[in-house]
Design a protein around this ligand. Structure first.
Ligand code: NAD
Length: 393
């Protein structure tokens, strides 16, 4: 059997690994920590819904067979010519590579944004956000400076809106514990476009605005962030927002290793693949998840969603095995389950299998999607243990 290496243990990498593991095929997975986390739930960890460790699943708890090898290292490059993955602990050669290193924050060249904002890029940074906010509120009790109680989120896509929902659940409890009047807190989400959540049906968006406004949050649309200096957001038109906590939720791009390693990439840094998830630059490299520039039959790129990543990862692994067995590979025809956006722990909005949902049903559907994912990843072993990982139920 050829040597298969997977880089990245996000949704795509883990689904590829779980597929190979189930088949008892040997492979190596390289990741910069020994756990897998659920990226689309990081807002929960940042907003304080649960302790951070609940969002981390040890990789070896999913991949239990002796046929898999986990290498904990930072990937630093791909040497296509010599079929070698460069890592912080040495080179790893491959016959087939599944590249699934995910995304990094996209700052669009906005001055000072990277330096002076927090972002939810991984589990550690999510936990850091919660600690930062706790610390700012503590500082307010010492010096009374109300800037400590102002939290500004930049970008009202799924990340910004879901994080805001968590914070609107968490902050009143934090205020109560520190004796801070809730009315003094200013939580605002600043969005450049005229609308929030473009991926959610238009008629459902007012429900989000209403829910958040009632709880005391502000959604500001048509308001572009031009620059950030220490503790200050500079908006188009000259207004400034002074905030103790500035969190950037304004977009993502693929890990720059792809362009640095000479792959053909789009404007978001994703590497072009054919319908089999195979790199157009190298037939032994399969690219999956947010790193992949895959297009549907009409030439539209698939969005970087978790459900696409899961299906791409599983297909990449399957196609490598089909190729090895000299059988035709399968094209990527993903199933679209819909988009779910949580608005805190108890309410959600979005669509499930084409049906629009909002309110408690939205939150239940989101919880259901977590159980489904755990089931696909580790069967009964993980899904049956869901109270340990990511679920309240
Ligand atoms: P996004 O690109 O979807 O949204 C970013 C928002 O920031 C946009 O609305 C954009 O207009 C705004 N923005 C950009 N520049 C700005 C500026 N200068 N000033 C003010 N606003 C600005 O990014 P995201 O929300 O981080 O999501 C990234 C990907 O991850 C998406 O594909 C999303 O679907 C996925 N995701 C999914 C879930 C889920 O399924 N529940 C959760 C989080 C993220």
């Amino acid at each position: 059997m050829s040597k298969i290496v997977i880089v990245g243990a996000g949704y795509a990498g883990m689904m590829a690994a779980a597929h190979l593991d189930r088949e008892g095929i040997p492979f190596t997975i390289v990741n910069n920590h020994d756990y897998h986390y659920l990226t689309i739930l990081l807002h929960e960890a940042a907003g304080g819904r649960d302790d951070g460790e609940k969002y981390a699943i040890p990789i070896k708890e999913v991949l239990r067979k002796d046929t898999s090898e986990l290498v904990v290292a930072e990937v630093t490059g791909i040497d296509k010519a010599n079929r070698v993955v460069k890592t912080s602990t040495g080179d790893i050669s491959y016959d087939y590579l599944i590249y699934s290193l995910g995304w990094v924050s996209e700052y669009f060249g906005i001055k000072g944004l990277k330096e002076y904002s927090l972002s939810i890029t991984n589990l550690d940074s999510a936990i850091e956000i919660r600690k930062h906010i706790d610390n700012q509120f503590q500082l307010y009790t010492q010096d009374g400076d109300e800037r400590h109680l102002r939290i500004a989120l930049g970008g009202a896509g799924l990340t910004g809106i879901e994080l805001m929902g968590e914070l609107l659940d968490y902050l009143p409890k934090l205020c109560k514990s520190l004796n801070i009047p809730w009315e003094k807190v200013d939580l605002q989400c600043i969005e450049a476009m005229p609308t929030i959540l473009p991926m959610v049906a238009e008629h459902l968006r007012p429900f989000v605005v209403e829910t958040y406004t009632k709880k005391g949050g502000k959604l500001r649309t048509g308001t572009k962030i031009n620059e950030v200096t220490e503790g200050v957001i500079h908006l188009d038109g000259g207004e400034t927002v002074e905030a103790g906590t500035i969190i950037w939720t304004g977009g993502v791009r693929a890990n720059p290793l792809l362009s640095e390693s000479g792959f053909t990439v789009d404007r978001r840094g994703r590497a072009k693949v054919n319908e089999f998830m195979q790199s157009v630059d190298d037939e032994v490299i399969f690219i999956a998840g947010d790193s992949a520039w895959a297009e549907d039959a009409n030439g539209r790129p698939y969005p970087p969603t978790a459900q696409n990543a899961e299906q791409m990862g599983a297909l990449a692994a399957k196609n490598i095995l089909l190729r090895e067995r000299r059988r035709p590979m399968e094209p990527f025809h993903p199933r679209d389950w819909g988009t779910l956006c949580s608005l805190g722990a108890e309410v959600g909005v979005g669509s499930f299998m084409g049906v629009p949902i909002k309110g408690v049903m939205g939150a239940l559907a989101k919880e259901g999607s977590k159980a489904k994912y755990l089931w696909e990843l580790g069967g009964m072993r993980l899904a049956g243990n869901r109270s340990k990982y990511v679920m309240k139920l």
